[in-house]
Design a protein around this ligand. Sequence first.
Ligand SMILES: Cc1ncc(COP(=O)(O)O)c(C=O)c1O
Length: 737
Amino acid sequence: MPALACCVDPAVAPPGYALAVDGSLYPATAVVPPLAGAPLSTTTASAAVAAVDAVEDGSFWSPSLSSSLYRIDGWGAPYFAVNGSGNISVRPHGAETLSHQEIDLLKIVKKASDPKSVGGLGLQLPLIVRFPDVLKNRLQSLQAAFDFAVRSLDYQAHYQGVYPVKCNQDRFVVEDIVKFGSPFRFGLEAGSKPELLLAMSCLCKGNPEALLVCNGFKDCEYISLALVARKLAINTVIVLEQEEEIDLVINLSKKLSVRPVIGVRAKLRTKHSGHFGSTSGEKGKFGLTTTQILRVVRKLDQAGMLDCLQLLHFHIGSQIPSTVLLADGVGEAAQIYCELVRLGAQMKVIDIGGGLGIDYDGSKSSDSDISVGYDLQEYASAVVRAVRFVCDRKSVKHPIICSESGRAIVSHHSVLIFEAVSASAYEAPMLSSPGLQQFMESLTEDARADYGNLYSAAMRGEYETCLFHADQLKQRCIEQFKEGILGIEQLADVDGLCDMVSKALGASDPVRTYHVNLSIFTSIPDFWGIGQLFPIVPIHRLDQRPGMRGILSDLTCDSDGKIDKFIGGESSLPLHDLEGERSISGCGGRYYLGMFLGGAYEEAIGGLHNLFGGPSVVRVSQSDGPHGFAVTLAMPGPTCGDVLRVMQHEPELMFETLKHRAEEYNSGQYNDPMSNDALASRLAQSFHNMPYLVATSSCALNAINNNGFYYCDEDDYNAAIVDAASGEDEQWSYCCA
Ligand SMILES: Cc1ncc(COP(=O)(O)O)c(C=O)c1O
């Protein structure tokens, strides 16, 4: 352990100062508190406290302590747990998963990312792993919760949900939902024309009774398309989002000779107080006021189409925090529903919108945007009870209950895996006694006086004063460097000395920056945009004590590209030492982190900041084969060429331009590592590769890890170029598939 006495070397007393106040050497052990890793803040959740204590005292560690530390039982059950090997395991069938059906997430990552030559799929990280079994289990659990509430509350109609495709429009996710939901008439919700097109085409394979709810602002084309969908025998409902839409619906349905089914979105007075409720309430952005609803009813009546009005929709907001608020909103909407029945509409369905929340931090709290104070069953029972209560009082036939739960269906089904490639380290150079002597001599007189004060304070054991003088010395030297009085070597020595002092006194920042091969803007946009927190956990090494704390810094050239807030109110994450892992075989020195519960919204919202595109994707099903899982789909992420094309660049032309430039300017001969062929091949390769950092082994370069960047020494670089150049001819050209 470095001790303050080592930093301020007693043997190098500043000129004019005594060796020590009492002439004796300062006892190093008494001066400096031992610095065993970083001090960890305690967390309020009782389950995590024992784990935190264990981190602090550095004693025994176990997978179950990791489970508590990262609160996995809270947010992950019944789908995620820590297995005996210290890896995250996935329980694809939720609570019904048998122990032999659990899937080790690390094995999937290895299968996906190992080179093809050793049986892997050769995919580059970051990686999204989708679990259709989890999706199926979520759908079935939601349906089962409503079925139970309907039965136990003697409700006289059924529940029939729709999935709002905006949460994740991925083709396979939507197709899976339609397929898995077909036995219970599960449908889709669209909010735009392309979403409507995809919903129409997917529902051709769905249950004929499944609803296609058309929300969002509409023009002629949107409404015509929805009417065409009815012609195609898809159970389509046009939900009026704005009053003006009614005229279009009446006119177009007459023109196309289609009898529409119409819904109306009500602007409720019930207001949701959290972030996601900012557009709810009387002044909310969406839906029709009571006055507008009455005008719509009159218009439909005049057009002889009041029987077409069959559905009432509302949406209180996402992440509804409590069943009290939920019941309040559903009760208000049920009153409107009953009034529409009284006014003569042929009402059939009450569509309660989305809002079924996810407990991202496992706290089951109704006071935060990232948790909710209920489970699936409590949610379903609150809805059914509230609708039944109002309808029974008004003697109105119980309506079919529809919900547009998005987050609750897709959040758990995917895990984003990314790699921490390096961590910032304490780098203060140790100055030898002669080095320190030399350094002191190079200082100006006033800086030497600062050092003298620092030295005296250290000898007296006055640590606050030490820090004060160390800072004074540093500031003075920075000023002198700016004036050109001090050289860069002296400035580095001063930095090193001051870092050493603060580290020895426990005053240095113990939190490291872990550089991750990821774009937060692309893959976790809600963290950047609205401060949404997701559970982030190492997916392996959970049988080892995480001795560090870190924040995560991404690849983008943007100061917002970092994660420094984590569930549990933490400003850093317990993490493992990367250096320790490099010497351990098994993961090839890799350190993988998983971001969980991000299956809703993140993929759809993510952008292209710095032209980092989406991750690679694998779709993994539980199987009874030897590995316990089968990869049913593997998709590499977008290449550099793909993302350039999104911004209207033409990668093929760009390649040609650069190739001609090489022919014009490069003098390299055939077989030269810098020959035109080799250069063209490298250029083509760059267009074909993903924008993320390439793992050392897959680019065959001996990268030297340096604060998140990969460097390679010249020999290896040249060798790799030769390899590339001597490779197949098709590398010469760049063409899109
Ligand atoms: C109209 C509508 N329906 C459904 C949803 C999905 O909500 P959630 O993901 O909270 O279930 C939303 C999302 O905000 C919405 O605006």
